[in-house]
Write a protein that binds this ligand. Structure first.
Ligand code: BEZ
Ligand code: FE
Length: 289
């Protein structure tokens, strides 16, 4: 293989991969190489632009560590995460829609009982969350794991603080009738981390980094497709310009504000508080006989 030119290089790279034994890897890489080459041809990529791209990706790698996932942010802000989520979560219209996982999920969140306060010291106005998990035919799904995570009143997740762990996140199980309820804090709109390469990219593109206020849910029920989603707060100014393209109308609900008084769990609240009620519908896993 010599004297490669701009007309035959794509074919040469594809031929070099002909020994790949993993069929799926081969399919993905053939397409990736073809699209990358088409992109370079289409925009007539210059050498200095190519070098800028390499520097950018190097920066994305350098800032990424256990607590900061710049590659996920890049995928999210380019709409790739939401595209992958959407094409892998086609389900009947009655089912709750999925949205992006995001970079702030962490394993090992504490387990709570229904009624517990999962804020665990995170700052914000109290918010009482309740709802129900059921299957497509309305069957209540009891003893199902619900994982939630959220930002505090300053728009930060616990993992964004150097010395904080497991605030505003937790796991609980639905009751036998599919219901669940817990106390937390009011989620606020926040900018995704934008002090790195992805933030500079957004700035250069004339884009803002904000996400509308939301609460993350990951629901796992045996026999049903797992559901990774958010519930968004109606009225938020960023619902139509989410930096990661994750908003679905079906996930936007009223988070009701209440003056000081009696909360749903009977507690007397000296401050204003919020309530949020949302029911989730899971899609049964197809049975292959
Ligand atoms: C999040 O909702 O936690 C999130 C999603 C994508 C990028 C940044 C944050
Ligand atoms: Fe979030």
């Amino acid at each position: 293989m010599r004297n490669i030119n701009e007309d035959n290089i794509t074919q040469a790279v594809l031929a070099a991969m002909s020994g790949c034994r993993d069929k799926r890897l081969w399919t993905v890489m053939v397409s990736l190489v073809q699209h990358l080459h088409s992109f370079a041809r289409e925009v007539k990529l210059t050498e200095s632009e190519w070098l800028e791209g390499i520097k950018f990706l190097t920066g994305v790698g350098h800032i990424t560590d256990e607590r900061r996932q710049e590659f996920v942010l890049l995928s999210d802000t380019l709409g790739l995460s939401m595209l992958v989520t959407t094409q892998n979560n086609q389900k009947p219209a009655e089912c709750t829609e999925a949205t992006v996982l995001g970079p702030f999920f962490v394993n090992g969140a504490p387990e709570y009982e229904n009624g517990d306060d999962i804020s665990n010291g995170a700052k914000g106005l109290p918010c009482f969350v309740s709802g129900r998990v059921c299957g497509l035919s309305g069957e209540p799904l009891g003893d199902v794991e619900i994982e939630v995570w959220q930002s505090d009143e300053d728009g930060y997740y616990d993992v964004q603080y150097a010395d904080v762990a497991f605030q505003g996140r937790g796991r609980l199980r639905t009751l036998s009738d599919g219901r669940f309820h817990f106390r937390s804090i009011l989620a606020e709109a926040y900018p995704i981390p934008h002090d790195g390469p992805v933030g500079r990219m957004l700035e250069a593109l004339g884009r803002h980094p904000w996400r509308p206020a939301h609460l993350h849910f990951w629901i796992k029920a045996p026999g049903y497709e797992p559901l990774i989603t958010h519930v968004f707060r109606n009225g938020d100014q960023y619902l139509d310009s989410d930096a990661v393209f994750g908003v679905r109308s079906s996930l936007v609900v009223d988070w009701v504000d209440h003056p000081p008084g009696i909360a749903p769990d009977g507690t007397h609240m000296d401050t204003a508080f919020y309530t949020l009620d949302y029911d989730f519908v899971l899609n049964p896993v197809e049975q292959h006989q």
